[in-house]
Write a protein that binds this ligand. Structure first.
Ligand code: 5RP
Length: 229
């Protein structure tokens, strides 16, 4: 099966977690896009009543375009669930996220959610995190100093993410540093702790112990992995 069909299968399957009355965090990326499209269809055709909280401007636009009612996270006490994509997940359900540069809002929304459901195709499942370059959101102020500090902590090379000829700016007006931590990153919790201690680091694309369920689309069908597995 081609990758796009796998993404669609995972994205749509995740909608089984959504029922009337839920406040739902809406992740960012090309897999969760299918979740948002399916939720929009259910809102329009089945009268599904939900409130969505988008994790990026791109997701906000997509959700608006398919008619999902949206709210600011600050106006809601708690979210029932967030559905989001990932760049890698390991057997402990630690994640590397931020390939789509939305990691800060994604983490804020995930922390505010009772449950995190991740949608992924089989390329995202790894034994150890680290082959995917670790995204780190940093301030624009003194960014090169922060980049050097990150390299010192991680002992690996890094690059500032570009968008064409310009440095990419996140929805929050920050830069992204991608760190070549591979082939493996053995202690995600300690790595996150060390990086967050650098003043210019705004957030790290490691989501440790936050994910509860992975909806994994493989050639032979969709598998639902839960944390106990
Ligand atoms: C955005 C993310 C995405 O969820 C992650 O990059 C996966 O995206 P895709 O489903 O397009 O592969 O973390 O910041």
């Amino acid at each position: 099966m081609d990758v796009e069909s796998l993404k669609q299968e995972a994205g749509v399957a995740a909608c089984s977690y959504i029922v009337d009355g839920m406040n739902v965090g809406l992740g960012t990326g090309s897999t969760v896009k299918y979740t948002i499209l399916e939720l929009g269809r259910r809102v329009a055709e089945e009268g599904l009543s939900i409130v969505g909280v988008p994790t990026s401007v791109a997701t906000q636009k997509l959700a608006n375009s398919v008619g999902i009612p949206l709210a600011e996270l600050d106006t809601l006490s708690e979210l029932d669930v967030v559905i989001d994509g990932t760049d890698e997940f390991d057997p402990q359900f630690n994640l590397i996220k931020g390939g789509g540069a939305a990691l800060l809002r994604e983490k804020i929304v995930a922390q505010a959610s009772k449950m995190m459901v991740v949608v992924a195709d089989s390329r995202k499942q790894v034994e150890h995190l680290g082959a995917f370059p670790l995204p780190i959101e940093i301030t624009c102020f003194s960014w090169a100093t922060t980049q050097r500090s990150i390299e010192k902590v991680l002992g690996c090379s890094t690059s500032r993410r570009m968008s064409g000829d310009e440095p990419l700016k996140t929805d929050n007006g920050n830069f992204i540093i991608d760190a070549q931590t591979g082939p493996t990153l053995h202690d995600p919790a300690e790595t996150e702790r060390q990086l967050l201690a650098i003043a210019g680091v705004v957030q790290v694309g490691l989501f440790n112990g936050m994910c509860d369920v992975v909806i994994l689309a493989k050639d032979n069908g969709v598998e639902i992995l839960t944390k106990e597995d």
